[in-house]
Design a protein around this ligand. Structure first.
Ligand SMILES: NC(=O)c1ccc[n+]([C@@H]2O[C@H](COP(=O)([O-])OP(=O)(O)OC[C@H]3O[C@@H](n4cnc5c(N)ncnc54)[C@H](OP(=O)(O)O)[C@@H]3O)[C@@H](O)[C@H]2O)c1
Length: 347
């Protein structure tokens, strides 16, 4: 089977995913009978490509690694916008990996909606569309018979959405609690070890964990987008990150950390979703967790989630020190789940 991909947004994750496809090319052919071709790539400022024959990915990665624009690739270079590329490409699947927009999830939501409405399958690691428009996108995908997967939006390639969907049929999710933002957890861990918040943030930036502007992380917006995505998908909520009762870690001081330590506790930024009658209540706030909590030993850039269900009780999943490979793997595994669905004729 030949699978043709259009990748909209080709930064860290897109390039990591493309490298994974190259590394796994033989394995995909041998064990899955799958020949994956990238037939379109769109970026905002580094050029875009469209081709019906498939692009030479090593060459594309080389150009970008050498700081060049994709315009230098050849006749396949195009000035089309992402939306125009979705209109013109022959791809079977669109992979949306543009930058998160925490205000409204755009233009990623529009890219996904457009691709689904043209009958393409879609995979994304961008949490904006799931946090702002999950139910609309799900309705479009069902009405068009397209598949839509988004494992990488929360905890990278750790199976959270797939776990519930594929392995816990019939379980109702009652509540969710998680440490979902790497930068905040890295900063809080460093503060536990006596560093100031300012130094810890600079350290996180130097290691490439935090953005130059870490506001989205430190003010709890990233965690808010993730808990909203989880609640929309797993608890049938209809919410956006603006509905989250949100407090970031900016107000945490050395004294707060010391006070927690005196009680043998640690401060963690906890995102939660719980039911209150027919409503779902979403919160992001720093909490003092005891050594009995599974969150006590979640340090540095690690993440953890506890999901309480009616039939399977409480499950906690820990992801230890993830790197880019784990996010690229989320896209890779979603792609393979879509291929399985295509072959079995399911959605
Ligand atoms: N990095 C991670 O570890 C991680 C983990 C989980 C989820 N994610 C999510 O995955 C997505 C991609 O992350 P990343 O780290 O790869 O980001 P990135 O390195 O900033 O790359 C984003 C890409 O999207 C392109 N882009 C932005 N707006 C566009 C538009 N309107 N049309 C076409 N292309 C556009 C950018 O083009 P330019 O290069 O020209 O700006 C760039 O190629 C984000 O939504 C992020 O939240 C990332």
């Amino acid at each position: 089977m030949i699978l043709r991909l259009a990748i909209i947004g080709f930064g860290n994750v897109g390039q990591g995913f493309a490298r994974m496809l190259l590394d796994k090319r033989e394995w995909l052919l041998k064990t899955k009978g799958l020949d994956v071709e990238i037939v379109a790539i769109s970026t905002r400022s580094r050029g875009s490509l469209i081709s019906n024959r498939g692009l030479d990915i090593e060459r594309v990665l080389d150009l970008l690694a050498n700081g060049k624009s994709l315009d230098e690739y050849g006749d396949e270079a195009t000035e089309c916008t992402a939306r125009q590329i979705i209109d013109r490409t022959i791809a079977d699947m669109m992979i949306e990996l543009t930058t998160l927009n925490i205000e409204d999830g755009q233009p990623a939501t529009d890219h996904i909606s457009h691709a689904l409405s043209k009958g393409m399958d879609v995979v994304t690691a961008n949490k904006g569309p799931i946090a702002f428009a999950y139910h609309d996108l799900r309705t479009t995908s069902r009405s068009m018979g397209s598949r839509f997967r988004f494992e990488g939006t929360v905890m990278d390639g750790t199976p959270i959405f797939s776990l519930i969907e594929k392995t816990l049929p019939g379980c109702e999710v009652i509540d969710i609690r998680g440490i979902l933002n790497s930068t905040s957890n890295y900063v809080l861990t460093a503060m536990t070890n006596g560093r100031s918040m300012k130094d810890a943030v600079m350290e996180a930036q130097a290691k490439g964990i935090a953005e130059a502007d870490p506001t989205l992380d430190l003010e709890g917006w990233d965690a808010a987008a993730k808990i909203t995505a989880l609640a929309n998908v797993l608890m049938d909520a209809r919410m956006t990150p603006r509905d989250v009762d949100r407090t970031g870690i900016k107000g945490i001081t050395a004294e707060t950390m010391n006070e927690a330590a005196r009680q043998d506790n640690r401060i963690r930024l906890v995102a939660s979703a719980s039911r209150n009658n027919d409503d779902v209540v979403l919160r992001v706030k720093p909490e003092s967790v005891s050594s009995k909590s599974p969150f006590w030993s979640v340090n540095g850039t690690s993440s953890a989630i506890t999901i309480r269900t009616d039939l399977m009780g409480e499950l906690t999943i820990l992801e230890t020190d993830p790197e880019l490979t784990q996010t690229a793997y989320a896209v890779f595994s979603d792609m393979l789940h879509v291929v399985e669905s295509i072959r079995s004729g399911t959605l």
